[in-house]
Design a binder for this molecule. Structure first.
Ligand SMILES: NC(=O)c1ccc[n+]([C@@H]2O[C@H](COP(=O)([O-])OP(=O)(O)OC[C@H]3O[C@@H](n4cnc5c(N)ncnc54)[C@H](O)[C@@H]3O)[C@@H](O)[C@H]2O)c1
Length: 442
């Protein structure tokens, strides 16, 4: 089967590569020439573990190619996936559908034969119907169907998530479209991965409901963490005790500096907006958005306390700036709230991140990028562990503390414990949802 994929970002590229690995003939299209040049040179424009190798394998096999040329990509394609961005629209929180609708119009004018137009981008309920109307208006003679196929992959584990998904969700209106989608996902179907075939609106809603639920779960444990800090409970123990309950589950119960990333912030805002537009306010989601902002801001206060009330003149080492490990994605990362606050307060900030520099340099002006945690911490007044990259999970804390001006650490991912910090010679150590070192019994 020939498939075209529009958009070679985190979702489009992974989907295109994985579809080609299923055995389909895939052409990936982007309007950004620098991305297409890189891809044609065998380079992956983003950081995603395993992607470069899998891409090379399928290019070599002749099943995968990259182009700026949408008309050529659509020729003989039985399905075209729209995997372009749907960022938050300025001002009102709504998902910006400009790119999706532009792609739909382009498809309408260029497709010649029956094609299934599949929206993989996360889009508000009703968008697939709008895509259908737009395409029909632009080209009334085109035979086509629309399908909603939201994506649930996690950056950093994207290939595994795509190849071994918890489920695939497909929203369709016709049997013909359902058959095409079944053919595309046949390798997963044969291996008994659940495929939920439903209507367009339910498919669109599943994606937002799932993301809002996960954002709620994270925010819930973050709020419990704040209460733990006041009451002497240890949020790691609390999360463990909660998570062992099969009805709750242990995932997404790691307290941290507030959720960020390319999806949760924009998708919770979009769901809240959909609720307002339909006069059914999403009160829980609205509260989650508000609490998450407060949690992000409270991190700055936590650091300020650790710096005796002033960042002025302090050297702060920040370990990790991407919104999570194993990605170079900086979209809505907590680092974008915390680091400007440090700089604004007069701190000199040193940053190290295994993959974040490429994106981070433009987003974090005024920081000093260094190679590793030890260089970052040398003569520093404070170390902030912000993203739990593997490299930061087994640091020689003694070595870090020894070379700091004042050995203080804010571990915003709860990687270490009071006793580790004390043993290493840290003067102060704070984490999330646990008592700080000096007032703890251990
Ligand atoms: N990133 C994730 O982890 C993730 C997970 C699940 C769902 N999603 C959803 O998938 C969608 C895409 O997200 P992303 O992170 O891959 O975005 P991205 O910004 O990384 O990539 C979008 C790409 O589309 C290209 N593009 C835009 N308009 C185009 C057009 N008309 N023709 C050709 N190319 C075009 C851009 O140049 C860019 O390369 C969003 O709706 C997002 O919510 C993302």
């Amino acid at each position: 089967m020939k498939i075209a994929v529009i958009g070679t970002g985190y979702v489009g590229l992974v989907s295109g590569v994985c579809f080609s690995d299923f055995g389909h003939n895939v052409v990936c299209v982007d309007k950004d020439p620098s991305k297409i040049d890189k891809l044609n040179a065998g380079q992956v424009p983003i950081y995603e573990p395993g992607l470069e190798e899998l891409m090379a394998k399928n290019v070599e096999a002749g099943r995968l190619s990259f182009t700026l040329d949408l008309p050529a990509a659509l020729e003989d394609a039985e399905a075209v996936f729209i995997a372009v961005g749907t960022p938050t629209r300025r001002g009102d929180g709504h998902a910006d559908l400009t790119y999706v609708m532009a792609a739909a119009e382009e498809i309408a004018t260029l497709a010649k034969n029956y094609i299934v137009i599949v929206t993989k981008s996360t889009v508000p309920v009703g968008t697939n119907r709008k895509v259908k109307q737009t395409v029909h208006k632009a080209n009334p003679d085109l035979a086509f169907d629309v399908a909603s196929n939201p994506e649930f992959l996690r950056e950093g584990a994207a290939i595994d998530d795509f190849m071994r998904p918890d489920r695939v969700v497909v929203g369709v209106q016709t049997d013909r479209a359902a058959d095409v989608m079944a053919e595309i996902y046949r390798p997963l179907f044969l291996r008994d991965f659940p495929i939920v075939v439903t209507d367009l609106e339910s498919a669109e809603m599943i994606k937002y409901a799932a993301n809002a639920f996960l954002a709620t779960k994270i925010t819930f444990i973050n709020e419990i963490a704040a209460l733990c800090e006041r009451t002497g409970a240890d949020v790691k123990q609390v999360a463990k005790g909660m998570g062992l309950d099969g009805r709750i589950g242990n995932k997404f119960l790691h307290a941290g500096p507030g959720y960020g990333g390319s999806c949760f912030p924009k998708d919770t805002k979009a769901l809240a907006r959909i609720g307002q537009e339909n006069a059914v306010p999403m009160q829980i989601t609205e509260a989650v958005i508000k609490v998450n902002e407060e949690i992000k801001r409270s991190m700055v206060d936590k650091l300020l306390d650790l710096c005796d009330g002033s960042f002025n003149g302090k050297i702060v080492a920040v370990l990790g700036v991407t919104f999570k490990p194993n990605t170079d994605d900086m979209r809505d990362a907590p680092a974008l709230t915390i680091i400007p606050a440090l700089i604004g307060g007069g701190a000199k900030v040193r940053v190290t991140d295994p993959q974040g520099r490429h994106e981070g340099e433009a987003l974090l002006p005024g920081v000093n990028w260094v190679e590793d945690a030890y260089k970052a911490a040398r003569n520093a007044d404070l170390v902030v562990l912000l993203t739990e990259w593997n490299e930061f999970r087994a640091l020689d804390l003694k070595r870090i503390a020894k070379h700091m001006a004042t050995p203080r650490m804010a571990d915003l991912r709860n990687i270490y414990a009071n006793k580790d910090a004390k043993k290493a010679g840290f003067q102060s150590y704070v984490s999330i949802g646990r008592l700080p070192m000096h007032s703890s019994s251990d």
